[in-house]
Design a protein around this ligand. Structure first.
Ligand code: KIV
Length: 275
């Protein structure tokens, strides 16, 4: 069944857990969509896990739209959320609404996500007023990596923890339908989750969130640059890929691939006329 923002809101009410994964291409989106995942985020993590940047700051609207279009083509049932890249919404409400609109109109996403608390609430309101569903994102918001001084757990002191609770309430009041909570203490995530009526989607925020999200390359052990503490390997796809690539090289070198069944035939009669 097609997931929508109503699925997310209902799940919060019924206590049913929500699942989300990231995807950046058609084939992966199709595989994920076959597995009853509620939502696919085309995350700006694209920059790190697909494009090889050290952080997400270099990702552009063109990058995001290109990959969101591919994911949308591979998705039937999951809610597709496009991630607003750095500087696509911070500078003005006009930028925010126009770029959010591009995710919907050009790429076919059903919602957008943006990072930040009270400071981006005017953007959230303006985008929602344009009839575009918004997912918030609090905690370790990677686009603020330079302000945070690195990829660090957030909300560990009283001021920061209090601010995260207030920010979550403000994001809800601004009209968001869900909030990603990234890399914050589990007990703080529980407090936030029980203080708002929209679902929290955790990544490194413990099991008390209303749903979970992971970057698919992390959970399949395909990304080896670093492994965050909150990631569990659900399958060793990285090893399987490596084994497959090595076997291919071996068989080509040995001359066992391609075999007869991989080759096309031509009539001898035609062949004989060639020489
Ligand atoms: O870009 C991304 O993949 C994200 C998730 C980690 C929530 O923002």
């Amino acid at each position: 069944m097609k997931n929508s923002i109503s699925t997310f809101i209902s799940a919060k009410k019924s206590g049913e857990k929500l699942t989300m994964l990231t995807a950046y291409d058609y084939s992966t989106a199709k595989l994920i969509d076959e597995c009853n995942v509620n939502g696919i985020l085309v995350g700006d993590s694209l920059g790190m896990v697909c494009l090889g940047y050290k952080d997400t700051l270099s990702v552009t609207m063109d990058d995001m739209l290109h990959h969101t279009k591919a994911v949308v083509r591979g998705t039937k049932n999951a809610l597709v959320v496009g991630d607003m890249p750095f500087m696509s919404y911070q500078a003005s409400l006009y930028d925010a609404v126009t770029n959010a609109g591009r995710f919907i109109q050009e790429a076919g996403a059903q919602a957008i996500k943006l990072e930040g608390g009270a400071v981006v609430c005017p953007q959230i309101k303006a985008i929602v007023n344009a009839q575009i569903p918004v997912m918030g994102h609090l905690g370790l918001t990677p686009q603020s990596v330079n302000m945070f001084g690195g990829f660090k757990v957030q909300g560990k002191n009283i001021t920061d923890a209090q601010k995260l609770i207030e920010d979550a309430k403000k994001i809800e009041a601004a009209g968001a339908f869900a909030i990603v909570l990234e890399c914050i203490p589990s007990k703080l995530a529980n407090i936030i989750s029980s203080n708002i009526t929209i679902p929290t989607i955790g990544i490194g925020a413990g099991g008390g969130c209303d749903g979970q999200i992971l970057v698919y390359q992390d959970m399949l052990n395909m990304f080896s640059d670093f492994k965050p503490k909150f990631v569990k390997n659900f399958a060793n796809v990285g090893d399987l890929m490596r084994d497959g690539f090595k076997l291919y090289v071996k068989e080509v070198n040995e001359g066992t691939f391609p075999a007869k069944e991989h080759c096309f035939k031509i009539d001898d009669e035609i062949l004989n006329k060639l020489y």
